[in-house]
Design a protein around this ligand. Structure first.
Ligand code: TXA
Ligand code: MG
Length: 344
């Protein structure tokens, strides 16, 4: 089993992470907490180490990973340098759940970028991640630390369940605060181009001069054009598929949809519910959530809890698609599609 290092985020020191940092520099795989989800880290400058990430996750070879750094200056070093837009967004949102796509530096091995000429970079807002990145003193390539196609991990236990012996070190810093992944934004042009919804909302981006450019109609809430999806390979792949069917119910309709499914179900069916309402008779209450932020923070845990409880059909009540609600609904639709359940 991997070495597990428990650290208290409120009192973390670089010395506590010396062993994890050494493992990273030696080509090992180190899972660590960020404010969004746990990452599976490797030295981005070491192609063999990065290859181990893809093997451990069962990740498609054409899906690039995010390179993490402790500050913007260090992040820019794996790029050809920030655009004015990148600088503005970094200033406003780093450290934080925002990933910026820029042209990759020539010196950066193309393992982390899956052969692309661009690289995704991010400075996470988590004291443990920042201390580890400083101690390692190398840029750290890190996708979410789940098996490919599984819900992202928001605790060290999720990482151990999914990856076990494939990881060398797991740094356990407790549960992640945001709970959904970072927003991925292409900043090579004049306007931010949202490739993946996440912890920084379109409203927050728009407050800094508008979300526009290709793929966005110039106003908050518009969707990315399908032809642009190829720009972010990860959005093409099947994602977030738990072992149970996920059924998305409308706002306020969770209990009713769950009750209906339970009533019509055969003997093998076990219906679960995630949402703010009460739990009808014959339905398993998986998580009682209070709003989009709370659902974001608890969604991936809830998907895993539903599996563990033997739920076959998990009803999740929708949240309004504003703020982080847009990222939550994006993940829920993927979970519904990936599990053969029902999106809306
Ligand atoms: O919050 C997060 O972003 C977490 C934590 C660990 O930082 N990481 C994460 O990584 O979610 P991953 O690999 O699960 O998702 C990375 C996303 C994928 O959709 C990938 O296709 C996209 O970022 N991506 C990476 N490099 C890219 C690039 N050069 N151009 C476009 N998209 C890129
Ligand atoms: Mg992922």
């Amino acid at each position: 089993m991997p070495k597990v290092i428990e650290v208290d985020p409120a009192h973390v020191t670089e010395a506590q992470l010396a062993e994890a940092a050494t493992a990273l520099r030696a080509g090992g795989l180190v899972a660590f907490p960020t404010e969004t989800v746990y990452g599976l880290g490797a030295n981005a400058l070491d192609p063999a180490a990065v290859a181990r990430i893809f093997a451990a996750k069962g990740r498609p070879a054409d899906n690039p990973v995010i390179v993490h750094a402790p500050d913007a200056e260090t992040a820019w070093r794996v790029t050809t340098g920030p655009t004015p837009l990148a600088e503005r967004l970094a200033q406003a949102f780093w450290p934080g759940p925002l990933t910026l796509v820029l042209p990759a530096a020539d010196a950066l091995p193309r393992a982390a970028t899956a052969g692309l000429s661009s690289v995704a970079v991010r400075v996470p807002d988590h004291p443990v991640a920042l201390a580890l990145l400083r101690a390692a003193a190398v840029p750290v390539a890190a996708p979410s630390a789940n098996r490919s196609g599984r819900p992202s991990p928001t605790t060290a236990a999720h990482v151990l369940d999914d990856l076990g012996d494939a990881v060398d070190v797991v740094v356990d810093g407790g549960p992640c605060r945001v709970g959904v992944e970072s927003t991925v934004v292409d900043v090579r042009g004049e306007h931010p181009f949202v490739l993946r919804e996440g912890g920084v909302s379109r409203e927050q981006l728009a407050a800094l001069g508008g979300v526009g450019g290709p793929g966005v109609d110039g106003h908050v809430g518009s969707a990315t054009r399908p032809e642009d999806l190829a720009a972010s390979p990860g959005t093409r792949h099947r994602h977030y598929a738990p072992a149970c069917r996920v059924i998305l119910a409308g706002v306020g309709e969770g209990p009713q949809v769950a009750a209906g499914l339970a009533a019509s179900g055969g003997s093998g069916r076990r219906v679960g519910l995630v949402g703010p309402g009460g739990v009808p008779a014959g339905v398993v209450g998986v998580a009682r959530t209070a709003g989009a932020e709370d659902l974001a923070a608890r969604l991936y845990q809830a998907l895993r809890d539903a599996e563990a409880a033997g739920v076959t059909d998990l009803v999740v009540e929708a949240v309004p698609e504003t703020g982080i609600g847009r990222a939550v609904m994006d993940r829920l639709r993927r979970a519904a599609e990936g599990s053969g359940g029902q999106a809306r």
